[in-house]
Ligand binder design. Structure first.
Ligand code: GTP
Ligand code: SPV
Ligand code: MN
Length: 627
C-alpha cells in the first residue's frame, strides 16, 4: 500500500505492534480514491502519528475502540445492569465547552467573514497551524473517519472525512453521523467531500504516559470556507472535536448553502400530529442550551397531539420544485445537555438514554450509574462529581458540569419518526425562532410575512448559557441562533434568507413565529410552565396555519387571543398570562435602537428589506395603541 509505505517513511514516534489493517486504506477503487489517500498521507507526514487506523464503522471496531479507552482509563464503563453499553468520560476541567473566542473563519476576504466572526488571513493561519500540527500526533493513533451528513448518497446529503488523534472523537462521530466504507465508496466514485483535521495537541514522546483527557491550553478551531476545510487543534470537547457538527454542518455548510441556494441552520426538526391525524413539520432555531432537544422530544400535555422527533440540533433546508421548503436532519445522533433532563421535563430523553450512551462530565453514582442535576428531584446522598471528587448534596457545587452532555443514536429515541432518515427530507409548515428572554419577548408572536419573519430571526437575542465559554446570563445578540455558527458575513446571510423565501411559493412557504419559553415575573420565576406544555403554543401555531383562529395585530407581530390558547388542565394565573404577552412600547423602542446599532456594525451590507422592517416596527410602536 502506498499509504503504509509513506506512513513508515514519515514515522518518527514509537512504533507499537498493531493489527494488520492499521495504516492500510480500504481497497476501494475509483477515480476519487487517490486524492483521499494522498491527503491522508499528507496529514500523516505533518502530524507524524505512530499508527493510522482507517475506521470502517463496524460494530466490532467500535467495541474494540471503547474497550481500549476503558483500559487506558479514558472512559469509565457504567454498570451494565443500569446502563448497558454505556460509558462516562471526564474531560480536563479547562476543556468543557465550545471556545468561541478561539474559533476562526479564514476566508480570503475579511469582509466575507463579517464583524460577528473572528477572521484570520488564511495564509497566515496556515503557517501557525502547520507549526502546531507538526508532530502533534506523535505516539498516537491517527484515525481516518469517513462520514456522511444525511443518508449516504441522498440528494441533500454531504460527505466529509475527519482525521483525528482522539478515540473519544471517533466514538462520538460514530454515533453522531453515518460512518463507514460506503462513504469511502462515494468518495472513490468522485463525490466531493470536506476535509476536517483534528488533533488534541498532546503528542506522546517515547515512554511518556498518557492522561485521561489529553488536550492543549492553546486552541484553534479554524474554518477555510473557500477550500471547504476545517482544522481544529487543542480541544477534545463537543463541537470543537466532532467537526461534522458545528464546524461542517453549520459553518462550512452555510457557505455551501449560500452558493447553492439552501440554508444550513441550528434547528431542531419535528413532525406534529394533530388529534385529527394531520401531520405538520416544524423547525425551530434556539441558541445553544435554550431548548431544542427538549422541543424535539416534546410529549404534548394536551390530549390527542403527538410529536415525532426528526432532529434536535441541525437542519438543512432546501427549496423544492414544488415551492415548499424541504428539511433534513443531517446528523444521526443527539449530543444533548444533561442537566435539566429528567422524568418531569424530558422523559423521552431519559428513555432514549437507557444504554449505548457516552456521557461526558456527568456525576457517577456508587452503583455505577450516572446522575446530573434535574435527573431526579432529589440528589443521591453520595456521588463522584464530574471532576472525580467525592460529592454530597452538602458540597455546595453542581455534581455534573452545567454543559455535561450525552451522546446517543437518534434511532434509540422512542418517538423518533419512522422515516427520520429519509434522504429527501420533509416539507416545512412552520419555522420558530426563540431565545432565553426574561423580559419583553412574548410567549409567541407570528410574523406577518416571510420578510418580517427574517427580520424577527435577525433580531433574536438570548441570555448566554454554559454551552460556550462566557458569562452565563449575559444578554447577547444571537440572530437565527447562528451567531457562533454562520461561516460567512451575517448580513449576507440575512440577505440569503430573503432570497430563499423568494424561491418559495407564497402560499406554500413555512409560516414564521417567534417564541420565548423563558419570560420571568418580577419575582424571578418562569411565567410559563414550558416543556410538555409548549405543545399548547404549537397547537395555536398549527391552528393559525390551518386558518382556524384569528390573531391580534400588535406592533411586533400577531399575538394569540388569550381565549384561543388551550390551557385545559394547567393553572396559569390570569396575571401571569397577561404578563407573558405584555408589550412595553418604550422597551421595544430601546430594542429597536439596539437592533439598529447591531445592523450598523455591518455597514451597508444589511439588506434594505430589513432596514425597512425596522422602520415599520418603530412606526407601529410610536403610533399604535398599546396592545
Ligand atoms: P444545545 O444542544 O446546546 O444546542 O442545546 P438545546 O437548544 O438543545 O437545549 P436543551 O433542550 O438541551 O435545553 C437546555 C436547557 O434548557 C435544559 O436545562 C432544559 O431543561 C432547559 N429547557 C428546555 N426547555 C425548556 C422550557 O420549555 N422551559 C424552561 N424553563 N426550561 C427549558
Ligand atoms: C451547541 O453548543 O449548540 C451544541 C453543543 O449543540 S456543541 O456540539 O458543542 O456545539
Ligand atoms: Mn446546538
Amino acid at each position: 500500500m502506498a499509504l503504509a509505505d509513506t506512513f513508515t517513511r514519515t514515522l518518527t514516534g514509537p512504533v507499537r505492534t498493531a493489527p494488520a489493517s492499521y495504516g492500510a486504506a480500504p481497497t476501494i477503487d475509483g477515480p476519487g480514491m487517490a486524492a483521499l489517500v494522498a491527503w491522508v498521507d499528507e496529514i500523516a507526514a505533518l502530524t507524524q502519528p505512530a499508527r493510522i487506523h482507517w475506521i470502517d464503522g463496524s460494530r466490532g471496531e467500535n467495541e474494540a475502540l471503547l474497550r481500549e479507552m476503558v483500559d487506558e482509563g479514558k472512559l469509565i464503563k457504567l454498570n451494565p445492569e443500569w446502563r448497558p453499553g454505556s460509558y462516562l468520560a471526564r474531560s480536563h476541567p479547562s476543556d468543557v465547552a465550545r471556545t468561541e473566542g478561539r474559533t476562526f473563519i479564514a476566508s480570503e476576504n475579511e469582509e466575507d467573514a463579517g464583524p460577528t466572526n473572528n477572521w484570520v488571513a488564511p495564509a497566515e493561519i496556515r503557517g501557525t497551524l502547520n507549526g502546531l500540527f507538526e508532530g502533534s500526533m506523535r505516539g498516537r493513533t491517527m484515525y481516518v473517519v469517513p462520514f456522511s451528513m444525511g443518508a449516504v448518497g441522498g440528494p441533500l446529503s454531504h460527505i466529509g472525512v475527519q482525521v483525528t488523534d482522539s478515540a473519544y472523537a471517533v466514538a462520538s462521530i460514530g454515533i453522531m453521523t453515518r460512518v463507514g466504507e460506503d462513504v469511502v465508496r462515494e468518495i472513490a466514485n468522485g463525490a466531493p467531500w470536506v476535509k476536517t483535521v483534528h488533533s488534541v495537541g498532546a503528542p506522546l514522546e517515547a515512554g511518556q504516559a498518557d492522561v485521561a483527557w489529553p488536550c492543549n491550553d492553546e486552541k484553534y478551531i479554524v474554518h477555510y470556507p473557500d477550500t471547504l476545510e476545517v482544522w481544529s487543534y487543542g480541544s477534545g470537547y463537543g463541537g470543537n472535536a466532532i467537526l461534522a457538527k458545528k464546524c461542517f454542518a453549520l459553518r462550512i455548510a452555510s457557505v455551501i448553502g449560500r452558493d447553492e441556494g439552501w440554508l444550513a441552520e441550528h434547528m431542531l426538526l419535528i413532525r406534529v400530529i394533530s388529534p385529527e391525524g394531520k401531520a405538520f413539520h416544524v423547525a425551530a432555531a434556539f441558541p445553544s442550551a435554550c431548548g431544542k432537544t427538549n422541543l424535539a422530544m416534546l410529549r404534548p400535555t394536551i390530549p390527542g397531539w403527538r410529536v415525532e422527533t426528526l432532529g434536535d440540533d441541525i437542519a438543512w433546508l432546501r427549496p423544492g420544485d414544488d415551492g415548499r421548503l424541504w428539511a433534513i436532519n443531517p446528523e444521526a445522533g443527539f449530543f444533548g445537555v444533561a442537566p435539566g433532563t429528567g422524568e418531569s421535563t424530558n422523559v423521552t430523553a431519559v428513555e432514549t438514554l437507557w444504554g449505548n450512551t457516552i456521557f461526558t462530565n456527568v456525576a457517577l453514582r456508587p452503583d455505577g450509574d450516572v446522575w446530573w442535576e434535574g435527573l431526579t428531584d432529589e440528589a443521591p446522598a453520595q456521588l463522584t462529581d464530574w471532576e472525580g471528587n467525592d460529592w454530597t448534596p452538602a458540597s455546595g457545587r453542581p455534581a455534573a458540569h452545567p454543559n455535561s452532555r450525552f451522546t446517543v443514536a437518534a434511532a434509540q429515541c422512542p418517538q423518533i419518526a419512522p422515516d427520520w432518515d429519509t434522504p429527501e427530507g420533509v416539507p416545512l409548515d412552520a419555522i420558530l425562532f426563540g431565545g432565553r428572554r426574561a423580559t419583553n419577548v412574548p410567549l409567541v408572536v407570528e410574523a406577518t410575512d416571510w420578510a418580517h419573519g427574517v427580520f424577527l430571526g435577525s433580531t433574536i437575542s438570548s441570555e448566554r448559557t454554559a454551552a460556550a465559554e462566557g458569562t452565563v446570563g449575559e444578554l447577547r445578540r444571537d440572530p437565527f441562533a447562528m451567531l457562533p455558527f454562520c461561516g460567512y458575513n451575517m448580513a449576507d446571510y440575512f440577505g440569503h434568507w430573503i432570497s430563499v423565501g423568494q424561491k418559495l411559493r407564497f402560499d406554500r412557504a413555512p409560516r414564521i413565529f417567534q417564541v420565548n419559553w423563558f419570560r420571568k415575573g418580577t419575582d424571578g420565576r418562569f411565567l410559563w410552565p414550558g416543556f410538555g406544555d409548549n405543545a399548547r403554543v404549537i397547537d395555536w401555531i398549527i391552528r393559525r396555519i390551518e386558518g382556524g383562529v384569528p390573531a391580534i395585530d400588535s406592533p411586533i407581530g400577531r399575538l394569540p387571543r388569550l381565549t384561543d390558547l388551550n390551557l385545559d388542565g394547567i393553572e396559569v394565573p390570569e396575571a401571569d398570562l397577561e404578563e407573558l404577552f405584555a408589550i412595553d412600547s418604550s422597551s421595544w423602542l430601546t430594542e429597536a435602537d439596539l437592533t439598529e446599532e447591531f445592523y450598523n456594525t455591518f455597514g451597508d451590507r444589511i439588506p434594505s428589506t430589513l432596514r425597512a422592517e425596522l422602520s415599520s416596527l418603530r412606526y407601529r410602536l410610536n403610533h399604535a395603541p398599546q396592545a
